[in-house]
Design a protein around this ligand. Structure first.
Ligand code: GDD
Length: 296
């Protein structure tokens, strides 16, 4: 929980910094001297990366080398975690693991491939403790509202409450391996506690389509998705990633990590949370649903 920094019990401190500003990153790291750095920063929306490809390359790709260089130049001893992504596998068919070749299908995926290799390069070139966590889709009630799971669970809550009738969606045939973000964050931390730096896939191994996620979520609220979902081509991507299903056996063997929440349970957790959130937020909440569903 966030505590005012004037309070002696405060343990969380926020600082300004931006991955587009390399000099600032050096100053910050020299000042804070962190034991561990987790690079989770990016323009992380795949569809948006087609609209803003250069910005995506700058933050999601070059941003990583700015941060790695800042670690090197500030001379601090720190472990470095790079948020690599299953989007790097792109068109390579599942199951995907650490040995699967990359075939990115978006400016976002291509930028993540650059960041993956530059992290590995800094490990080999400078002996840095730097790791890639190759995470498959991980979700929670805190998920951004324009990603497909949250877009669906927010709509379910609004439709159930009689505040919305239709939900416009893109490709329902895409297969994803959706896990629970809280468990994945523990996996990230475990990667930095290992004796040697290495790269790991985190995934549930589950295989569900967007249509399945719709069905599970609507059913949980006692609704029939087919009565409420309509197609809008604006949500299609110029090139799609058809199927991502991960094999996390290396993380299980070496880190003792295994996902316990699978996609159906995750969908129910998110629907329940959005139904509760709507009860608390009332009309203010519904305005933002309509705005978001227009965008992505
Ligand atoms: N966002 C969105 N909105 N996606 C839709 C929609 C829609 O209306 N309709 C269908 N989809 C499909 C997309 O085409 C895609 O195949 C799938 O739903 C999942 O889309 P997202 O939730 O936007 O996630 P993503 O898989 O593209 O990327 C996420 O996971 C990656 C890990 O594999 C992001 O979190 C990335 O940052 C992350 O790296």
């Amino acid at each position: 929980m966030y505590v005012d920094p004037h309070d002696p019990k405060a343990r969380l401190f926020l600082h300004y910094g931006d991955l587009s500003d390399g000099a600032r990153l050096v100053t910050l790291l020299a000042e804070i001297k962190p034991d561990e750095v987790y690079n989770l920063a990016a323009q992380s929306h795949v569809r948006v990366s087609f609209d803003e490809p250069e910005h995506t390359a700058d933050t999601t790709g070059v941003g990583t080398i700015r941060l790695l260089e800042a670690v090197r130049m500030s001379g601090i001893e720190t472990k470095f975690y790079q948020a690599s992504s299953s989007e790097m596998f792109g068109a390579t068919p599942p199951p995907q693991n650490e040995d699967t070749p990359f075939y990115p299908r978006s400016p976002y995926g291509a930028a993540k491939v650059y960041s993956y290799w530059i992290t590995k390069n800094y490990r080999e070139a400078y002996g840095m403790y730097a790791v890639n966590g190759i995470l498959f889709n991980h979700e929670s009630p805190r998920r951004g509202e324009t990603f497909v799971t949250r877009k669906i669970t927010r709509a379910v809550a609004a439709i159930k409450a009689g505040k919305q009738d239709l939900l416009y969606m893109g490709n329902l045939d895409a297969v994803r391996d959706w896990g629970y973000a809280a468990e994945y964050v523990e996996g990230m931390w475990r990667m930095l506690q290992a004796d040697e730096p290495d790269d790991f896939v985190l995934a549930t191994g589950g295989n569900y389509t967007v249509r399945d996620f719709l069905q599970i979520s609507f059913e949980h609220a006692g609704l029939n998705w087919e009565n409420h979902v309509r197609f809008d081509e604006r949500y299609l991507r110029p090139t799609e990633v058809d199927a991502l299903v991960g094999d996390a056996s290396k993380a299980q063997d070496k880190l003792g990590w295994k996902a316990s929440v699978h996609t159906p349970e995750l969908a129910r957790i998110m629907v329940d949370a959005d139904i509760q959130a709507l009860k608390h937020a009332g009309n203010h909440w519904i305005d933002s649903v309509n705005l978001d569903s227009w965008k992505n």
